[in-house]
Design a protein. Sequence first.
Length: 578
Amino acid sequence: MEKRNQILLVNPACLDERISGEDARIVPIGLYYIAAQLLDKGFGTAILNLADLGDKNPIDQFTRVITEQKPDIIGFSITNPNRWNAIDCAKAARKIVPDTHIVFGGPGATFLADHLFKACPELDIIVKGEGEISFTALVNAIENQTRKDAIPGLIFRKGQTLFQTPKKNMTLDLVQDLDTLVHPSTYFTFQHLAMSRGCPGKCTFCGSPRFWDHNTVRFHSPQWFVREIQSLFEKGVTHFYISDDTFTMDKNRVLAVCDLLIQKKLPITWNAISRVDYIDEDIVYTMRKAGCIQISFGVESGSPQIRKTLGKPMDQQKIIAAFSLAASHGILPRAYFIYGSPGETQKTIRESMTLLKAIKPLSAIFYMLVIFPGTHLYAKMVQKNQITDDIWHKKIEDLPWFEVDDLLDFKTVKAFGDQLRTQFYSCLEDFARTLELVDKKDLYPFHADFLSRLAMTFSHGEYSNHPLIKTPDDTAACLYEKALSYAQNARAILGLAMLFQKKKQFDAAIAHLQKGLALWPKNPDLNICMGVCLMNKQQFAAALSCFEKWHSAHGINYGIDPYIHICKHHLEGKYYER
């Protein structure tokens, strides 16, 4: 049998270092979809993630892989922040595998095609927009050495000029029935999912509507989507990030997904993104029972005028109601705020601070407004001749709005952000302590889970060492106790025990742990915490019995080898060599 083309799909590294895994370090779901289609058709296909290599150099890793694999086609998923790494990789690829076909796709390539062909002479082809049909057709054309002129959505060099094939047509060239796509989970393991493509919103800072090339939204069926979740769960994934622009836009579909998850009794948790005008009590109640633990809402600003400018003319009371509704059902509401927008002043920042106190978010992300190709704000600046695509020849990831606004500057905008963050962190303990949960008995176990999770962020998580959070342990203890008022909860018992450990009150910690172990004798965290307490009480034999049952249990490394060595040292008079 003749060898099929070998394809390498690459997620390049961003120009600036990332510290959050919920960022550009993850492989875009689109690469998994495309790779699954190709694998299903018999093409050798691999994915290389250069954005999550730790201390490794992405160019070194890329050159090592292509030297070993010698792919016939290399496809890069391009965003503005990772375009420079993609260009550098393309240069390296041309030297190592000179006959390979270098293809760029994704939002960066879709909106900056002409610029990228200038910036990267090694680039052969760009695939615009949705890639499953066009890229698969391109791979077939390359393998069969047939013409690619009629494949929709391509741009490629013809001599000294660029040739663009016919534009994609929704009725012919975009995937009409998303359920006909191969399940990416057939071949890959990942946490980020999407049930839909497209967005009904008109946010002026977002390129999603233009990227999908039409004004409607397409969906997977609830059955297809839940099958994907179940398949990934069977591979060991227990927490998911549902990254639809507005997961709740189709209420009946969301309820159907949740009902299927509840029926299957999958012990999973998940986060979603929504809008304050696409949420109601039925949705949040059912989402919570199906495992949702966080909803992110784009608030953007407390100023009605700025929200209008940003394409989010939400009613203030709807914003407040949405946050209250989510929190009251035990779903952590997270707020996205943008600062440094057109028309931003100290007055509008005060309005944002006032709204922040009213919605009481339990997590918040504050972004300086930046603009990208494909967005309305960027197009507006191009039309005014204030910028051109040539700006992307600079080694920058994005373009902050203040750089094109005569009324703003970096110092002013940074101060805006500092004020918002200070307001949030200074009020956060009060937000957590004054939570009011709905009195529905079937939600009591969910309330206990929610409160204990939130408490853990104060006692041992991201809020435990923040300088503006003054009494994190006290707030955590309050939340743990409140959790146990709703239902017995292993995390709440563990959290209280660890707080007593911090204070070296080991008897009190042991008393809590004994209650927990009576209910959950096989809980590894409770056992290990008990072992640590017993060690501090010089009860090494009892501590060792707590540790040894979890040593390498189920292939999981609980990091307890040092404790075992210490216990055996004290029991045997020497360090025990394993």
